[in-house]
Design a protein around this ligand. Sequence first.
Ligand code: DGL
Length: 284
Amino acid sequence: MLLQNNIDIQTANLTLKNERPAVNTDAIGIFDSGVGGLSIAQCIEKQLPNENLLYVADTLHAPYGEKSPQFIQQRVNEIAQWFIERNVKAIVVACNTATVNAIDQLRQTISMPVIGVEPAIKPAANLSKNKKIAILVTKATAENQRFLALVGQYSYNTQVTIQPCPGLVELIEQDKKNTAECKSLLNAYLLPLLAKGVDTIVLGCTHYPLVSDLIKDICGNDVVIMETAQPVTEQLQRQLKLHQLINSNSRLGTKAFYSSMHCSKQQALFSHIWQRPLQLKHYP
Ligand code: DGL
């Protein structure tokens, strides 16, 4: 069911309400369970510099990868409601786990463009020379039927290994990426894939590009690592064009960052990843 302006539709957990028709100067809402979605937001900022961005990290409830589909859907609905109240013109679900678990129900309840993160399985299967690829994901993604169906589409000619990586998101969120613990966790997940002869690895969680340098160190130059920020940005751009919502303002867009676990440590982590000092505000 499509949401018309000023009509409320009761979903399982809350009412999503579109307040007014979007205008092109409205912000784009981007969210993730934490800092992972910044890997997508950075690409959006680079390619669509005039757009105003509103980023929400639901850090208090991370990792989504260890939560139930119902819990994830509830979080997604709540954040979408918050975005709608702030008149965003589009929502980017910058999280693979939230995309596979909640994007279909979200698209049924709101009428604005909702862009999700689809793992690059198709390009990886096409690129792989020996037709052995792997995809690194969270536990909740690995168990999701929508995701398994996507993997199934390529299994006829490509051996696809699904590798859940529990613990990795937590280490990234705690800014422990450069620790022996993080390296040994990555070794534990990646070395068996290399032993299998995998030549292409898809990063199926938006946190993982934040450790792609470590992944490349372990895998070496012969293994291709595939990220999804670029195709997500292109899809966002296509959707904005289609709805005539590209911001025609010539000034640089504003960027605002919110976290449900607001503290100085979080602000330092955000600033470090964003490569500029930023002010982190409290969500909601
Ligand atoms: N960054 C997320 C993803 O793309 C979620 C990680 C988590 O919270 O477990 O899957």
